[in-house]
Design a protein around this ligand. Structure first.
Ligand code: PEP
Length: 250
């Protein structure tokens, strides 16, 4: 039985005042025990969020450096530094980092390994663009992203990882994959992993991300291979995020 995970990616949002307000709202939520809830603030607010929410929420990071050890790498944050301040998961390969920052599969594999070296759970994000979906290439794109990571880090590394399927055309656009569209891709991801290890495929949590909100969460999370969500915009509203977490527990 896979425990659902709902993770709120705050992206590059937040001031001290707005984060304090959001944290106060999240601290007051009633959340189902059956769901693991996570928040992923900007690095700037990690310690504050751990101090104020760390007992009830898993705290994550949006990125980490390619090496786990601290050292001479200006502007980067090492996975061991993240674990030192109380982070326990880290996003790897969010589409904004793949397409805007230009992170390659090789860089992402180094980050994935660095996360594991520090005891963090890597959340590997995969997903196709609108053009790729329209060209019928969704499954081959996902297969390539996944296959490249498996080839570089090995299937065993996925025993401690989470995968997030995030169709790029649904991120921040208000467009959501239908529950069936999402389920089809999630099932394909699980089956791809099963080709390497049935046990890892069965145990791994595969989250859906792309305009998840309270109004569509229950239907998405009701699909057999959708084990929770990676939530962007809607995670900046405590009540909305609480409703999404509750949908994962129903
Ligand atoms: C995301 O950025 O991971 C995301 C899914 O964003 P949104 O929920 O805003 O589409």
């Amino acid at each position: 039985m896979r425990r659902p995970l709902v993770a709120g990616n705050w992206k590059m949002h937040g001031t001290r005042a707005s984060v304090a307000e959001l944290v106060a709202g999240l601290a007051g939520l009633e959340l189902p025990e059956s769901v693991e809830a996570a928040v992923i603030p900007s690095f700037l607010f990690t310690e504050y969020v751990v101090a104020n929410l760390g007992k009830r929420f898993v705290v994550g990071a949006q990125d980490c450096a390619i090496q786990s050890a601290q050292g001479a790498l200006t502007g980067e944050v090492a996975s061991t530094q993240l674990s030192d301040v109380g982070c326990s998961l880290v996003l790897i390969g969010h589409s904004e980092r793949r397409s805007i920052i230009g992170e390659s599969d090789e860089i992402l594999a180094q980050k994935f390994s660095a996360a594991l070296d520090a005891g963090l759970v890597p959340v590997l994000c995969v997903g196709e663009s609108l053009a790729q979906r329209e060209a019928g290439k969704t499954l081959s794109v996902i297969d390539e992203q996944l296959g490249s990571m498996i080839a570089q880090v090995g299937i065993e590394a996925f025993a401690r990882a989470v995968i997030a399927y995030e169709p790029v055309w649904a991120i921040g656009t208000g467009l959501t994959a239908s529950p069936q569209q999402a389920q089809d891709v999630h099932a394909a991801i699980r089956s791809r992993l099963a080709g390497e290890s049935a046990e890892i495929a069965q145990g791994i949590r595969i989250l859906y991300g792309g305009s998840v909100k309270a109004a569509n969460a229950a239907e998405l999370f009701g699909m057999p291979d959708i084990d929770g969500g990676l939530v962007g915009g809607a995670s900046l509203n405590a009540d909305e995020f609480g409703a999404i977490c509750r949908a994962a527990g129903s």
